[in-house]
Design a binder for this molecule. Structure first.
Ligand code: PLP
Length: 456
């Protein structure tokens, strides 16, 4: 390939990156990833980097699995595309839907395929409204979601999300979506115990339902563990109370499992780890381990039967049930299962990672360390006892720390002043040791910088 500097110049000139300050990118030059194997990335200068984010929370199976490549190539030759619109189907779509129905909890037995997490959530938004209309209650159309949640970037999904920076651009949210607070005890729990705080935040849902009128509310959507919002692991009291409230008022419960699905939290789905059963699950990312785009909405018998009896659902994407994507997903799920990857991640790797991750709280900059399965976060703070925030604008220290990680050949992400990880599920204990060593080094360098600048 071209030399790195030339690639960087072309990238800055022609390639518009998501969620990126283009002027800053042009100044610094992108780090160009050229290949990967297992948990290791290689860049255009030959540097080898530990990817503790599994790409973008998606490469659950790790990089470089030949089986997925072979399945994709075979399927492309045999049938690269056919649609599922006009009473036609394909073998990979059928077999993947069957497998997802087997894996999904409860009676979530029916799959609507989409192209990504964002458009899966748009499907869900339209589907729950269609469902209530089919039941003769079209006024039941409001969807409640959470501030700081992330559900994607389309108009519908970004409206469901609670990222205020996104809302500020482009007239969001669209009508019919309202938000409640997240259960972030570290930042907002004050003097309450995490358990009481979890209950208090869950009951905001009940308050909002009563304020709007239950007969106006279609659904509540949330991530079992808020991911892009900073890996906010809810107190144990939160989800059972949410489930109770949804049941009591007949509100559909949508679990956005785009990050938490397919082994990330130590079970196949995050709702299983958090102890609740939704009516709909949103899936993407880990469904194919990111090797090819695919999304899915998996719905209960009750929703399916209601829609089945109603007029056709006038909704669908060209690539819904794309045969190559479905074939890759099926093989990915087979390997995650038969190679024992999900099982081992939950029973062996997660406890080891938890112990090491939590040991970071002995570092002067680290307040709480939260982790569930293989997704974790640490809160950086100038004062652990008071859970204080830095004087600098939120995210400045986190950004600096992320840059140090990157310089030390470790990909960690920062969300505000939280550092987060979500490594491939196939990470080994020896690789976890390297991850923690590099994280510690980067934290030390961040602390030294804050001290030198008098910012701490
Ligand atoms: N939902 C959640 C919980 C996500 O984390 C994401 C992406 O990070 C999405 C939805 C959107 O998925 P996509 O980027 O595939 O559209």
């Amino acid at each position: 390939h071209l030399p790195t500097a030339e690639l960087q110049a072309l990238d800055a000139a022609h390639h518009m990156h998501p969620f990126t300050d283009s002027a800053e990118l042009a100044r610094k030059g992108a780090r160009i990833i050229t290949s990967a194997k297992g948990v290791w990335l290689t860049d255009s200068d030959g540097e080898v980097i530990l990817d503790a984010m599994a790409g973008l929370w998606c490469v659950n199976i790790g990089y470089g699995r030949q089986e997925l490549v072979d399945v994709a190539a075979r399927q492309m030759l045999q049938l690269p595309f056919y649609n599922t619109f006009f009473q036609t189907s394909t073998v990979p779509a059928i077999m993947l839907a069957k497998r997802l129905a087997e894996l999904a909890p409860g009676d979530l037995n029916h799959v609507f395929f989409n192209g990504s997490g964002s458009d899966s959530n748009d499907t869900n938004l339209r589907m729950v409204r269609h469902y209530w209309a089919a039941k003769g209650q079209p006024e039941r159309s409001i969807v409640i979601s959470r501030w700081n949640g992330y559900h994607g970037s389309t108009m519908g999904a970004a409206s469901l999300g609670g990222m205020k920076g996104m809302h500020a651009q482009g007239g969001l949210p669209i009508p019919g979506i309202v938000h409640i607070d997240q259960p972030d005890w570290w930042s907002e729990g004050g003097d309450m115990t995490p358990e009481d705080f979890g209950l208090e935040r869950a009951r905001q849902l009940e308050t909002k339902i009563l304020e709007l009128g239950a007969d106006k509310v279609a659904a509540f959507i949330a991530e079992p563990v808020q991911g892009a919002g900073g890996v906010i692991v809810p107190p144990v009291t939160y989800w059972p109370e949410i489930q109770r409230i949804c049941k009591q008022y007949g509100i559909l419960l949508i679990a956005d499992e785009v990050i938490t699905g397919f082994g990330r939290t130590g079970n196949w789905f995050g709702c299983q780890t958090m102890g609740f059963t939704p009516d709909i699950m949103t899936c993407a990312k880990g469904i194919t381990s990111g090797y090819i785009p695919l999304g899915a909405s998996i719905v209960s018998d009750e929703i399916f039967n209601t829609l089945d009896a109603a007029d056709e659902f006038a909704h669908g994407y060209t690539y819904a049930g794309h045969p190559v994507a479905c074939a890759v997903a099926l093989e990915n799920l087979r390997l995650l299962d038969e190679d024992g990857i999900v099982e081992r991640a939950g029973s062996e790797i997660a406890p080891y990672l938890k112990e090491k991750w939590e040991s970071l709280t002995d570092h002067p900059l680290v307040g709480e360390a939260k982790i569930v399965g293989l997704m974790g976060s640490i809160a950086l703070t100038p004062n652990k006892a008071t859970r204080a925030k830095f004087a600098s604008p939120t995210g400045t220290v986190g950004y600096y720390c992320r840059e140090r990680c990157f310089a030390n050949n470790l990909v960690m992400r920062h969300v505000g002043d939280r550092m987060i990880i979500s490594p491939p599920l196939i990470i080994t204990k020896a690789e976890i040791d390297i991850l923690i060593d590099r994280a510690r080094l980067s934290l030390d360098e961040t602390l030294a910088y804050l001290n030198a600048e008098g910012l701490n």
